[in-house]
Ligand binder design. Sequence first.
Ligand SMILES: [Fe+2]
Length: 336
Amino acid sequence: MPPPSHPWPERPFSLISTTPYLDYVDLLPARQDAVRVARLMALTHNTIFRAFNAIYQQPESIHPLNAADVNSFIEFTICAIDFLENHHRCEELVFFPMLEAQAGIPGLMGDNVEQHRAFQGPLRALRGYLKLVRLGAFPFDVFEFRDIIDELAPVLERHLHDEIPSILEAGTHMSDEAMSACYKALHDEAEGTADAFKVGPFVMGCQDDTHLVDGRQIAFPELPFSLAPYLVEHVVARRHADVWRFCPSTFHGRPRKTEFLSGKFGATDCGSTVEEDVAGDRTELAVKGGSKKKSGGRIGLVRPWILPSIAVVFLLLVWLRLYLGILFPECSREGL
Ligand SMILES: [Fe+2]
């Protein structure tokens, strides 16, 4: 369960908090790269879980007739489906065959492939539903939408949890170098086939740095340079900015409240975003083009121009008092 201050109910998908690495630690080669890969895979799967939890929790606040919000939400959901499907495509094409070859055990990852098949139906139904809404066949219906995810959730969640021990098991049959090479091939295949303007902001916006795996805070995704989140935030994410309003975190891994978390039809005119950092009490309002109106129960807003305005008015009054005192000292003495 998330801590009480966490702005997100992480359900219906439970995040992975532990790997069974202790069961394998004596069987793995010295460097234990399989543990590292299993943890990175757990964080990849948590990215999927957080995205789908955001998808499950937010649509109640989207007015079905607000075409801009509905379309942005559909796009965010399609990003999650694309990410999930591409992840499994890369695993089946590159990762699993390489693990089996290195382990010398054909079919070692077969159960995982079978589990992939188990949720293809509900995933196809979800994509089909979104396509028909987008085409205008019927308005978006939150209950119908959630029914499809409810069907998807148990099989998808089970697979994404089950895959972790199977990586550790595979690691007991190969060297550290071989395990790292398999993971690198997976990573390269995924990176080479992804739309950076979508996958970058999607992955960065679905992280939770407060969530520990095996009691550790593990940097994820592994970034080429430390300023990468700023590059995503200020450059890459601009292309589909409306879509990332549904991200459950900032691009710096901090879980946040979004404007779509406050209940039925809480969202208003599209384009405004309310964020609340978990750690601090700073509340930030980022308004992207347009007025804003928030329903009851929203977090308080501290507009950035209020304090400077008060200071300017105060200084003006002081100056006016001094100025009048110089010109009309008798008025000043009388308190006018
Ligand atoms: Fe996976």
